[in-house]
Design a protein around this ligand. Structure first.
Ligand SMILES: C[S@@+](CC[C@H](N)C(=O)[O-])C[C@H]1O[C@@H](n2cnc3c(N)ncnc32)[C@H](O)[C@@H]1O
Length: 263
């Protein structure tokens, strides 16, 4: 029996996950820490945490982190690497956090949108319900604008050999097939979200947008030439204490939201 899409094989973890540089993880973690500073956002859930690179980095900075992933080997590796976080081996569709249990949800490296549109919204809604009022969600997603013009075949020449990649878009979904040097193939698919669509869905589950940017740089707006987009949302109602402590520059304005809607 073929695995369902988005299983993430041993080959994928070895080729694409284990080699992620410490510098990249540190940059992403610094963004999270800036947008969800201690002591206000101590309790964190790292959704689809893989081998726990963000969970470990955040734990090292004093956050209390639980990482969740359905991949047995990834969770075993994350546990073996220790670093202060705890881990739960679960499919995110089955995860029902207690109401208000967390200050912060992070969903990094396009680990959202795996399911049909209804299920994706339900997953976000359950995670939002797991936040206290004023708690935040940080998502690092792929940009549909970028992938619309980057479909087709590509050869990735990597230290372990050549991986052939085929990408195509159908409606709002991105499909990717990877063919590995050892002959194994796997498929991935995601619902992709424009900023306007993500903001609209987030609002429907009680999350208000604070920031949309790219490159983990809050001063850089998303553009069609950049594959990644970061979102910061806050669970209503807004905490005036934490808001006041943020620089006004990074906070999204109603005018920016309107602009995203017109893209
Ligand atoms: C691209 S990796 C990202 C890992 C990590 N967030 C990072 O940035 O390094 C996606 C992860 O999502 C996990 N995943 C995929 N579908 C899942 C599901 N239904 N429930 C829980 N985890 C899932 C995979 O096992 C994989 O570890």
């Amino acid at each position: 029996m073929r695995p369902e899409p988005n299983e993430y094989s041993r080959q994928w973890f070895e080729i694409f996950h284990m080699g992620i540089s410490e510098a990249r993880t540190m940059q992403e973690t610094a963004f999270v820490c800036h947008r969800a500073p201690l002591p206000y956002f101590r309790k964190v859930v790292d959704v689809c945490c893989g081998m726990g690179r963000h969970a470990r980095a955040l734990s090292g900075r004093g956050y209390s982190v639980i990482g969740i992933d359905r991949n047995d080997d990834a969770i075993a590796k994350a546990r073996a690497l220790a670093g202060g976080s705890s881990y739960l081996n679960s499919d995110i569709r089955d995860y029902r956090p207690e109401s208000g249990a967390f200050d912060l949800v992070i969903i990094m490296s396009q680990s959202f949108g795996y399911f049909d549109a209804t299920t994706n919204r339900e997953v976000l809604g359950r995670l939002a319900a797991g936040l206290r009022e004023g708690g935040r969600v940080i998502l690092d997603l792929w940009s549909p604008e970028f992938f619309a013009v980057h479909q087709g075949d590509r050869e990735l020449k990597l230290p372990r050999g050549v991986v052939r990649e085929h990408k195509h878009i159908e409606g709002d979904r991105l499909f990717v097939q990877l063919d590995y040097p050892d002959g194994y193939s796997e498929q991935f698919e995601w619902q992709l979200f424009s900023p306007a669509k993500m903001i609209s869905m987030a609002k429907s589950v009680g999350l208000m947008p604070l920031l949309v940017c790219t490159d983990f740089d809050e001063a850089t707006s998303p553009s069609p030439t950049n594959p990644r987009v970061q979102f910061v949302f806050e669970r209503c109602c807004v905490s005036s204490t934490t808001r006041q402590e943020e620089s006004a520059s990074g906070v999204i304005t109603e005018k920016q939201i309107a602009e995203f809607r017109h893209r």
